[in-house]
Design a protein around this ligand. Structure first.
Ligand code: GAP
Length: 452
């Protein structure tokens, strides 16, 4: 069966249910900027937590770091970003639109949207010129004495400039890694396809420092590890693939990069890049700063500049992939149902507690008590507004795996029904055991019921 999901459906659900809103909407919105509502925040936190667990908590060879967003401007000169972090741009003198010179085939002409820029007699494109993607700012109160600085376009450089601090204190020997989660900023010119490409976004980056001769081995290792992570949290196998960059696509620092791509509604697109950065960054910062960034074995005196293998993922783009991959529609009892079949560990809310008749004091007291008990162990929601059918639909649309309903029978025999989001199966369980029942079910292995 063809996938029913489209980007428009995702945008509409994300907005309707409060995952993602256009930014500054009351002023007409700001292109390529979005704000995250309650469920978007909870889901983003889950994505980050699963990444941090897999990268740091479940391993002994990777430590965490949280570096500044604004670093010394010399960092970006040494890293090559001032000179090389650019996109080629062309302007159309006729329609006044601006395009990426290397993506004209994907863009629409401003005068005739069925054509690409440059294809009509009206188009009057300038020669391509390089446009730096870094946002500039200024440190210091005075214009004259202030220092030009940049908002970081990647978190990686904060890791490289801390290499010596971390390597000494963490007492790790290559291969070892430093992981960092945080915001990055890019003055993107191409319009963004919802949260796929935005001006600011959160990155999940890990720099893995290895002996030079083993870099290729670790590059392959991290491609496999990161693919397994997406599969582990429910992304369908058929919607993931690995694509190695051609030499003319490589970033200025990379000797080999493979992208993990996801089949988004806009086609196969990058979800995460895994690069072999060689010794480019540590060498560049050693030369520019005068501080030797190298590994020294205190026992043998051996010294070398480690190579770096870097899996770099976007939180927001991962969240989009999880939304797209889980979105499903079906007809139940002759009524359409939209459901997010999210992995329980990614779903923003784990359980909803619904009193069947909210006005009934006995039901609502029991439902409230159950809610108070569950919310201590997981993100739970108490929902008593509207028809029960509509409440189920609301929970389906935010991907809540379990709904517990308190009804007349609860008052008689202290049992509740528990409804499974995916199968719609309902069972009755004792209210006293509901908390551990849900926790057990959440901990079970989960596989999407969407066709692969
Ligand atoms: N340090 C390596 C690096 O920055 P990248 O491929 O440019 O690599 C890594 O970025 C990931 O960050 C991408 O795979 C994507 O998931 C995410 N990303 C990059 N630019 C983005 C943008 N403008 N908006 C949202 N996510 C973005």
């Amino acid at each position: 069966m063809p996938d029913v999901v489209t980007m428009d459906k995702i945008v509409s659900l994300a907005r309707r249910r409060g995952f993602v809103f256009p930014s500054s909407e009351i002023y007409g919105g700001l292109g390529s900027s979005y704000d995250y509502g309650h469920y978007g925040v909870l889901m983003k936190e889950n994505v980050k937590a699963r990444w941090l667990e897999a990268m740091v908590r479940e391993r002994d060879d990777i430590v965490a770091l949280d570096s500044s967003i604004i670093l010394h401007p010399s960092v970006w000169r040494a890293s090559g970003h001032v000179a090389g972090f650019t996109d080629p741009l062309v302007d159309c003198r006729h329609c006044k639109l601006r395009f990426r010179a290397d993506q004209l085939e994907e863009a629409q002409c401003g005068a005739r949207p069925s054509k690409h820029p440059g294809e009509t007699e009206l188009c009057d494109l300038t020669e391509p010129r390089q446009f730096n993607l870094m946002f500039q700012t200024r440190i210091g109160a005075l214009e004259e004495t202030g220092l030009d600085a940049y908002l970081r376009p990647e978190t990686a450089q904060g890791i490289f400039v801390n290499f010596k601090n971390v390597a000494q204190i963490a007492r790790r020997k290559p291969p070892f890694g430093i992981a960092q989660l945080g915001k990055a900023f890019r003055n993107e010119i191409t319009p963004g396809n919802f949260i796929f490409r935005t001006l600011e976004f959160e990155m999940m980056e890990m720099e893995y420092f290895v002996p030079p001769e083993s870099a290729e081995h670790w590059h392959r290792y991290w491609i496999d590890e990161r693919l397994a992570w997406y599969r582990r949290f429910g992304i369908r196998e058929s919607h993931l693939r690995v694509r190695a960059h051609e030499s003319d696509e490589l970033s200025h620092y990379s000797s080999a990069t493979s992208d993990i791509e996801y089949l988004f509604p806009i086609g196969w697109s990058e979800l995460e890049g895994i690069a072999n950065r060689g010794d480019y960054d540590l060498t560049a910062h050693s030369e520019a700063s005068g501080t030797r960034l190298e590994w020294v074995d205190s026992a043998t005196g051996e010294r070398y500049v480690p190579y770096v293998v870097e899996p770099a993922a976007g939180v927001n783009r991962s969240l989009l992939a999880f939304l797209v991959d889980s979105y499903d529609e079906e007809v139940v009892a002759e009524r359409p149902r939209t459901v997010l079949r999210l992995h329980p560990e990614i779903a923003p809310v784990k359980a909803a507690i619904l009193p069947l008749v909210p006005r009934d004091a006995e039901m609502s007291t029991r439902a409230r008590n159950l809610y108070e008990e569950l919310r201590r162990a997981m993100v739970a929601e108490y929902d008593d507004s509207g028809q029960i059918g509509r409440r189920y639909r609301r929970q389906d649309e935010i991907g809540t795996p379990f709904a517990l309903t308190v009804d007349e029978q609860t008052v008689e025999d202290e049992t509740v029904t528990i409804r499974d989001r995916d199968s719609l199966a309902q069972e009755r369980i004792p209210i006293a055991g509901a908390r551990s029942f849900v926790l057990d079910r959440l901990a079970q292995e989960w596989k999407t019921s969407k066709a692969d």
